[in-house]
Design a protein around this ligand. Structure first.
Ligand code: FCB
Length: 465
């Protein structure tokens, strides 16, 4: 039975996407190549050899897609700007045709009464910058600030909500340590430097945006916290928990919210890096005040100690910690294979709130991969997604009841889309996309969500359809 829950007045309900996952049109507007174009073109990196060259062709369907958002009753829409559309080489003059794409999107959103939430970087680094070293190179952080300033100047009057970077943990550790995301490098020391430069780029971009956008702007970053747990009661396993929590959570929270790196994480990193990329003054920039903090939640990390666990993938996702392994917990899973763990969402929110005293929080992504397809009547009955979302809304409400200042929720994702290394195999959308015809069909979850938004809580009224 769903509990009856009223969310706080003014709670912001919306849905999220990112540029490379939906836009397609990789050769339009003078867009330059990104590291994801290159990664997709590298055999064996993306399931099925899929790529984002067409994706769901959102770039050419902005009017219809915004009309659909309005029909679904969204109050906000979180999207990202493709850096290589705005600066094809990642530096130098702005490409007006690229910027115009986002101007059109923002104008249409505002005309439809939908609040834009703009993320500057959701992983599509211009390839030219990767060729010059990518995020392990300090210059990339400086280039990111220039790009932030350019987008701020162009859209800073219209857009109030700004996010710098989406999930820097993924961008650094999956991209440069594990090598399972673009640019596919397995270089633990470089990953540690990439993490620092993503943080530095964030701080520099906060300054650049403040100088360019409206004074009442809300500027933040989007992190993906994981509660980290073990099912064993051993010192080595507890140390594995400490190490993974360090890289997944504290590596981001501490610099941004406290202006310092956690000592134990730096000590772990010393196995793979001399840390000379950290310069005097950097942490003060990284800790620039932010107005809100975005969080993405999908599941917990379950970990154990196992000697040499990440040998072969030399240092896995945890640079300096080769003896840590992630294990699959028992219990229900989504079709993407991720454990269903709504209590973890409450844990992540409460822990952050109580330990770090952050600014107001928003969930920038919660959602689940379920592969339901249209039935003979054309309806997509994704009841499992509705149950997943319901459980996670309850978990968010539990955190609010414990005092967490959570102000809004964006469901991942508005559309089925290109799910990175999984290609098109995992469907996260509340709107189904037929990848042959690109036809959009709202799923039962989209109609359910519209009624949640109308009710500002649970349970929503029954589906009249
Ligand atoms: C998050 C990403 C998002 C999407 C979801 C499933 O890590 O930010 O782009 O891939 O996972």
């Amino acid at each position: 039975m769903t509990r009856s829950i009223a969310f706080p007045e003014g709670f912001l309900w919306g849905s999220a996407t990112s540029a490379y996952q939906i836009e397609g049109a990789v050769d339009q507007d003078g867009r330059g190549p990104s590291i994801w174009d290159t990664f997709c073109a590298t055999p064996g990196m993306v399931r099925g050899g899929d790529d984002g060259s067409v994706a769901i062709d959102h770039r050419n369907r902005i009017p219809q897609d915004v009309a659909l958002m309005a029909e679904l009753g969204l109050q906000a829409y979180r999207f990202s700007v493709a850096w290589p559309r705005v600066q094809p080489d990642g530096r130098g003059p702005v490409n007006q045709a690229g910027l115009d794409v986002y101007r059109e999107l923002v104008d249409r959103l505002l005309a439809a009464g939908i609040e834009p939430i703009l993320t500057l970087y959701h992983w599509d680094l211009p390839q030219a910058l990767e060729d010059d070293g990518g995020w392990p190179a300090r210059d990339t952080a400086l280039r990111f600030a220039d790009y932030a300033h350019a987008v701020g100047e162009a859209l800073g009057e219209q857009v109030r909500r700004w996010g710098t970077i989406n999930e820097p943990w993924c961008a650094s550790m999956l991209g440069y340590a594990a090598g399972v995301h673009a640019p596919g490098r397995i270089e633990p020391g470089a990953a540690v430097a990439a993490a620092h430069h993503l943080l530095l780029g964030h701080g520099l971009a906060v300054d650049a945006l403040r100088a360019a956008v409206r004074p009442d702007a809300d500027i933040g970053i989007t992190l993906n916290p994981y509660p980290v747990v073990t099912d064993r009661d051993d010192d080595a396993d507890r140390d594995a928990v400490r190490r993974v929590d360090g890289v997944a959570n504290r590596l981001w929270y501490d610099p941004i919210l406290r202006g310092r790196y956690p000592d134990d994480v730096l000590a772990d990193f010393e196995a793979v890096s001399d840390l000379s990329h950290i310069r005097d003054g950097d942490l003060a920039i990284i800790a620039r005040p932010i107005d809100s903090l975005g969080l993405n939640y999908y599941r917990r990390h379950h970990v154990r100690f196992r000697r040499g666990a990440s040998v072969g993938k030399p240092w896995g996702q945890w640079p300096g910690s080769p003896d840590v392994e992630l294990v699959d917990p028992p219990g229900p899973k989504t079709d993407g294979g991720w454990a269903v763990e709504p209590e973890g969402l409450t844990e992540a929110l409460v822990r952050l709130w109580e330990e770090y005293d952050p600014p107001p929080l928003y969930l920038h992504e919660i959602g689940a991969a379920y592969g339901d397809e249209p039935g003979p009547d054309g309806e997509v009955r994704d009841d499992r997604r509705i149950q997943w979302l319901e459980a996670h809304l309850e978990a968010a409400a539990d955190a609010i009841a414990e005092g967490v200042d959570l102000r809004g929720i964006m469901v991942w994702s508005l559309f089925d889309n290109f799910e990175w290394a999984e290609g098109y195999a995992h469907r996260f959308g509340i709107v189904h996309v037929d990848y042959d015809t690109l036809e959009r069909t709202p799923k039962a979850s989209a109609r359910w969500y519209r009624r949640v938004i109308q009710a500002n809580g649970l349970p929503p009224a029954p589906d009249p359809v």
